[in-house]
Write a protein that binds this ligand. Structure first.
Ligand SMILES: *Cc1c(COP(=O)(O)O)cnc(C)c1O
Length: 387
């Protein structure tokens, strides 16, 4: 058997992640691998930490990239903060909330589930009632940007209610970080995790996390050790927090971290608020185009995520066939529905580097051609960008 090098045809990535990666970030990936305890690498690690503090808007010392994808960031939060017997409230309004719930039970926690409809935000008043009737609860967890439905929940309001009841908060910011407003310190978030392949537009496989002093106190005063050796922050802190005394824990994904570093430098140079504004602007262009094609958003306007646009399928359209045509004819990937929404909608991502005018034009004109839009979407997008 003899294989040759793998050279994928490039695609435009407008699904739920991964998103398009800037050539600058891809170039960073291919720089020479150096040792993970090399002084140069340690300097870069310190820069990654401080760039992540900026992206998260936090001063938390424990702000690090976990060497595994977003799901591992989720497990890092639950495995470290939940002790057997702890009562944990999970607010669930989509696929990722149900994964949080699964984490709680696997950590031996007592799960209290607060369910909201798919396509709706997490209901703060419902959370308040559940907290009032479960005074033993010590943690509240929810998703900021639910990628399965395209809905944003009000992190600030939910954290403030959790705090009234003395609970720590765990927030999923995998899809929100870098795409919409997120302020870890101002909003009182205790533990948060994200991913690199959504609005940060770095390669998948790393999960930035951040923990404040309250959360660290809970972790360092655990009665039982964290079940996972790899994710135990008590050990990971010796590597990422050790300064010059950094001790070997595991081999960091060195080149992937170069790429994350470069994507965070891009974010810093653009400015966080400008990045949020760019996502909003191109979302509006996409909306105008899709609506001109007769497509309708699934989520109420005030709750929509600019970076994840969930649109209902037009009557008589074969969703998989259209997605296939976009991929094969235009090298354009958009997302299908997930979970309960499978087969019912498309999820069109505008994440990170992919949130740009050329992508909006490509997506709307391709859909226009494939669903018989008579050029109306293309004209509307043109008008938006020219107006
Ligand atoms: C993508 C995603 C995850 C999981 O991230 P992976 O990197 O795929 O493990 C978790 N939560 C949300 C909201 C996501 O969108």
């Amino acid at each position: 058997m003899s294989y040759t090098s793998f050279n994928p045809v490039p695609r435009t990535l407008m699904g739920p992640g991964p998103s398009d990666i800037s050539p600058r970030v891809l170039a960073a990936l291919s720089r020479p691998t150096i040792g993970h305890l090399d002084p140069q690498f340690i300097t870069m690690m310190d820069e990654v930490k401080s760039l992540l503090q900026y992206a998260f808007q936090t001063k938390n010392e424990l702000t690090i990239p976990v060497s595994a994808p977003g799901s591992a960031g989720m497990e890092t939060c639950f495995a470290n903060l939940v002790e057997p017997g702890d009562t944990v409230i999970v607010c669930q309004n989509g696929v990722f909330g149900s994964r949080m719930a699964e984490n709680v039970t696997r950590c031996g926690g007592k799960l209290v589930l607060v369910e909201d409809e798919w396509g709706e935000a997490v209901d703060a008043e419902k959370l308040r009632e559940v907290l009032a009737s479960n005074p033993e609860a010590s943690i509240v967890a929810f998703v900021h940007a639910e990628t399965s439905t395209g809905v944003e929940s009000d992190v600030k309001a939910l954290c403030s209610i959790a705090d009234e009841f003395g609970c720590l908060t765990i927030v999923d910011a995998v899809t929100s970080l870098g795409g919409i407003e997120l302020r870890v310190d101002d909003w009182g978030i205790d533990a948060i995790y994200s991913g690199t392949q959504k609005c940060l537009s770095a390669p998948p496989g790393i999960s930035p996390v951040s923990f404040n002093e309250k959360a660290i106190k809970k972790i360092t005063s655990r009665k039982v050790p964290v079940q996972s050796w790899f994710l135990d922050l008590n050990l990971v802190m010796g590597y990422w927090g050790g300064g010059a005394k950094r001790a070997y824990h595991h081999t960091a994904p060195i080149n992937a971290l170069y790429a994350l570093h470069e994507s965070l430098v891009l974010l810093q140079d653009e400015g966080l608020e400008s990045a949020w504004a760019r996502h909003a602007k191109h979302h509006n262009a996409l909306r105008v185009g899709l609506e001109a094609l007769g497509l309708q958003f699934v989520v109420e306007e005030s709750l929509r995520l600019p970076q994840l646009n969930a649109v209902a399928l037009p009557d008589g359209v074969d969703e998989a066939a259209v997605r296939g045509a976009l991929l094969n004819k235009y090298n354009l990937e958009i997302g299908a529905g997930l979970g309960k929404f499978a087969g019912n909608l498309w999820r069109i991502g505008l994440m990170g580097y992919a949130a740009n005018e050329a992508n909006v034009r490509l997506c709307v004109s391709a859909l226009d051609a494939e669903i018989g839009g008579k050029g109306l979407g293309t004209v509307a997008v043109n008008n938006y960008y020219q107006g």
